[in-house]
Design a protein around this ligand. Structure first.
Ligand code: SAM
Length: 472
């Protein structure tokens, strides 16, 4: 499952833990940092992608050390399902009886042993030291015994035991790719007739996403990003891929003229603006704008066309972030998109990028798959329906609505749209894959229409869903 498999078929089954590798790098600080972030995710619902950069900065970790700390943190969080299955077979104590901090040390150790190039003796030795410092000498002995057993087989050998070929498909995929079973089932359903791609999709969820930037039209150019080391991106005319380095080090990103933004996120915003509308095309709205990714692009395009964007978010803090992403012409309001203050039919184009489970962005949020269960889908469903209905009421006849989720779950995507449209006869479904293809070269594989679905394993983007709806 993780990106860097460690295949060591010929290694002795009795590998002894040795001293931590002496490389002159602050290895202990690297592992301690990964451990601290993993604990914060477990105990106080921290987000690894937000907390880790702060911890790296506080501790002065840069370059290779920062990269290793990131890999260990993300890999351990993503791989938890698989590592727990292996650890359960190596521990004489039930995992639920192992203290939280110690269990996280074991997971971190298992990740290093099974999915990195760190020599197993170093991985075991450093994990045992960490166990000693967080749980005391007795627990360090236990950690040593467990992790030596983990190190007695390579990943493929463990997979043959914990996810055997004759297990039922959902269970096998769930353990082998470390995804909860309900997510495996939901993703297979969403793939529909392409469900044979599920292995590739789950593997893509465990791979490091490429960093994609947007040069906001009229504010930055792609050449500026290329000069800073970025390379052309496949689809969006405003996107560039940054193969390495910190995006925050790029001037245009620092001053908000460019930003980090997934290419599918750019494309769904572009699609809303690519649909021809008859008559007035001056008032655009984004009902769920925070933190401002799509609003940033929409406001730049609105300005180019002499239109104006109103960006709303119900959370004041997130509306504040939108202010930094949009240009001066745009308006930003704190507002509940389900109970709009504006009159019906006030807008010509409306984006509703609804709150969702985020199952389409598991690559970026390593802990997200473990955080919420299937009940979240039903809870969000009501809000998604209300927001879409409100968006349709907010657009004038002839105008267009884009309903977007960063989730491919059918109950958040086509089921929501179909439900809302069932009770109305004033909406036409447009062919979203065709509109997207007209806005980008070589953009295929989005489905038969009328809805469009991006996929990480096909497009290298988040699994973003788009429905384009015209009020009649
Ligand atoms: C998926 S995020 C939007 C991401 C954003 N469009 C972007 O591209 O950066 C969903 C947003 O909807 C907001 N939200 C949730 N309920 C809302 C409501 N009733 N009205 C308006 N915004 C709401 C959340 O605060 C959150 O910022």
């Amino acid at each position: 499952m993780p990106p860097t498999r460690n295949r060591r078929g010929d290694r002795s089954r009795n590998t002894r833990p040795g001293k931590p590798r002496q490389t002159g790098r602050p290895q202990d600080l690297v592992r301690r940092t990964a451990f601290d972030v993993i604990r914060a995710v477990e105990t106080r619902d921290a987000y690894a992608n937000l907390l880790l950069p702060t911890r790296l900065r506080d501790r002065g970790l840069t370059g290779r050390d920062a990269a290793l700390a990131t890999e260990l943190t993300y890999g351990t969080l993503r791989g938890r399902g698989l590592y727990d299955a292996v650890l359960a077979l190596c521990s004489d104590r039930e995992l639920r009886r192992v203290d939280g901090p110690l269990l996280d040390v074991l997971r971190l150790g298992a990740h290093q042993i099974l999915a990195t190039r760190i020599p197993p003796h170093a991985a075991v030795g450093t994990a045992v030291e960490l166990a000693r410092s967080v749980s005391g000498p007795g627990q360090a002995k236990f950690a040593n015994a467990v992790l030596r057993k983990v190190a007695s087989r390579d990943l493929d050998a463990w997979l043959a035991i914990v996810a055997p070929a004759d297990a039922d498909t959902t269970t096998r995929l769930s353990i082998a790719h470390s995804h909860p079973k309900w997510i495996v089932s939901a993703l297979r359903d969403a793939l529909g007739s392409d469900r044979n791609e599920i292995d590739a999709l789950l593997a893509a969820d465990n791979a490091r996403p490429r960093v994609t930037l947007i040069a906001r039209p009229g504010r930055a150019t792609l050449d500026e990003l290329y000069d800073a080391g970025a390379e052309p991106a496949p689809y969006s005319p405003y996107a560039a891929v940054l193969p390495e380095g910190d995006p925050a080090g790029i001037d245009a990103v620092r001053d908000g003229r460019a930003a980090v933004q997934d290419e599918a996120s750019q494309m769904v915003a572009l699609a809303l603006t690519a649909v021809p509308v008859d008559g007035r095309d001056a008032r655009w709205a984004d009902l769920c704008a925070g933190p401002g990714g799509k609003a940033g692009l929409l406001s730049a395009l609105a300005t180019e066309r002499d239109a104006r964007l109103l960006a709303a978010d119900v959370q004041p803090h997130r509306a504040g972030l939108v202010t930094r992403a949009v240009d001066d012409r745009a308006g930003v309001v704190v507002a509940d998109g389900t109970a709009p203050a504006w009159r019906p039919g006030a807008f010509d184009r409306v984006m509703v990028d609804a709150p969702c489970t985020g199952l389409g962005a598991l690559r970026r949020r390593p802990e997200a798959r473990w955080r919420r269960g299937p009940e979240a889908v039903a809870e969000l469903g009501q809000l998604q329906r209300k927001l879409l209905a409100s968006a349709l009421d907010s657009v004038r006849p002839g105008g267009v609505v884009a309903y977007v989720t960063c989730s491919p779950h059918l109950a958040e995507t086509r089921v929501v749209v179909d439900d809302v449209l069932r009770s109305r006869d004033d909406v036409e479904r447009l062919n979203a894959p065709d509109v997207l293809a007209s806005a980008a070269h070589d953009l295929t594989g989005l489905g038969e229409g009328p809805y469009a679905q991006f996929w990480p394993h096909r497009h290298g983007t988040d699994a973003m869903f788009l429905a384009l709806l015209r009020r009649t």
